[in-house]
Design a protein around this ligand. Sequence first.
Ligand SMILES: [Zn+2]
Length: 215
Amino acid sequence: MLVLLTTTALAMPRFDGTSRSTILLAEAAWGYASDCTDREAPSTEVVPIVRGPVNGGFAAEAQIGPDGLQQITLGQADAPPVVIFHEVAHAWTGRGPSGLVEGRTAVLADCMARAAGAAVSFDDGRTLHHMAPLVDWTNEPRDRLRRHDTYTAARRWFAALDDALDKGELFPRSSWPSWEAFREDLAGRSAQVDELLEILDLPLVLQVQAMDELV
Ligand SMILES: [Zn+2]
């Protein structure tokens, strides 16, 4: 019997763009992300990688629509692998609050970089004095220090959570639309997970201290 799975199965999209090297990099990134999470991510059938203006002072931007990843916009030609890895990783983290999305995206991008033998996120381990509370953070461009420190905090916190969970659990097929849904889903999973969740409720000055211990 012939079973056609292709209509329902998720698969790598066809990346489309002018730079062959960028397309190859995106295809490799997709493979690494699939391996890191043990699943495919939703996307449109074709995902254009275009050069264009990117809002908010970012190097690049992944557009996530109702069907998943639908376009990657690069602020400059020949984006380095770390940028492509991050934007492709967004296909696995979907839409939601900044900290919830960017922290998980950074953890996945680091897994992809390790698989590729590339450099992972730089973190000198310093105290993140300028971070915003993770749950309240909206990723606005006006304060670069605040953005940098909060990105780093989100990555440290989600990396610790990733260690406390089984492979791929941070990247479920249907992503959490809110911190409330995320916390409800994970609360009570283990003492280690609950300890990490408690950090989110601390006053900011104590959150900053807690992030020191997660380096
Ligand atoms: Zn991002």
